[in-house]
Write a protein that binds this ligand. Structure first.
Ligand SMILES: CC(C)(COP(=O)(O)OP(=O)(O)OC[C@H]1O[C@@H](n2cnc3c(N)ncnc32)[C@H](O)[C@@H]1OP(=O)(O)O)[C@@H](O)C(=O)NCCC(=O)NCCS
Length: 210
């Protein structure tokens, strides 16, 4: 079996040989000065390939200052997207009308604090989720389908709803600390694949010896 190839654009080939054109490794198709995306992180969407960055983060346009940082092995389902800081209209005055976006020389102006959005490694973002500005999602977290995530999500938490609240923690605090320390996502792909069974079954003892 060949190893997972992080350089592919379309990493999913069906058993009948058909290559899925809707699941893409983001790193290989997005070239955006304020998006940082780790290896093996994928997004499923049905839009045009060239529009992937816009579909994923529609407000990270020219003149915006915030960043979107996505770790490795992040799984982003169809319909999910990031509403980043520049999406916010000014709220401290009388009007929220964004007068300044209609003139190129003032387009990037916004008196609101800029907050980066950060998604940790191995996060699973379910179908149709919306991640709001400045949210930080810890490694191994799960975002339930159709959630609106307005607050930070701790590592290995499962959150859901609008606004998203904690459904459950996937592991105890002690195990989460061990998993973060293990950082399997930083292993070479050969080591990851050699230890797939332990990763899939949650055999932490085997992983610690790997
Ligand atoms: C979050 C998720 C993983 C939870 O799965 P699970 O651990 O089997 O959880 P359960 O179905 O037992 O539900 C546990 C609780 O979470 C709630 N819940 C589940 N999905 C939810 C959602 N999308 N939004 C809000 N709450 C949700 C349930 O109502 C239940 O609440 P209760 O304990 O008060 O009854 C799953 O519901 C989900 O959203 N998966 C995403 C699937 C998807 O979008 N795939 C896209 C292709 S990758």
């Amino acid at each position: 079996m060949p190893l997972l190839d992080p350089t592919l654009i379309f990493p999913v080939t069906h058993p009948d040989g058909r290559v899925s054109r809707t699941t893409v490794y983001l790193k290989n198709i997005i070239d955006h000065p304020r998006m940082e995306i780790g290896d093996y992180s994928y997004y499923t969407h049905y839009g045009k390939l060239a529009e992937t960055a816009e579909i994923l983060a529609p407000y990270l346009f020219t003149g915006s200052h915030e960043r979107l940082v996505i770790g490795k092995f992040v799984q982003i389902a169809r319909g999910s997207y990031f509403v980043t800081s520049s999406a916010n209209h000014p709220m401290s005055g009388i009007t929220t009308y964004p007068f300044r976006i209609f003139k190129p020389e003032t387009f990037g102006y916004n008196d609101l604090p800029v907050k980066d959005t950060v998604v940790g490694h191995d996060v699973w973002i379910g179908h149709d989720a919306v991640i709001m500005p400045g949210v930080q999602i810890g490694a191994g977290a799960i975002i339930a389908a159709s959630s609106v995530v307005t607050r930070n999500v701790p590592p290995y938490a499962v959150v859901g709803g609008n606004p998203a609240t904690l459904i459950r923690m996937r592991y105890t605090d002690e195990i989460i600390a061990e998993l973060l320390d293990l950082a399997w996502w930083d292993w070479p792909i050969e080591k990851i694949e050699a230890n797939l069974q332990a990763l899939e079954t949650g055999d932490l003892e085997a992983l610690k010896k790997a």
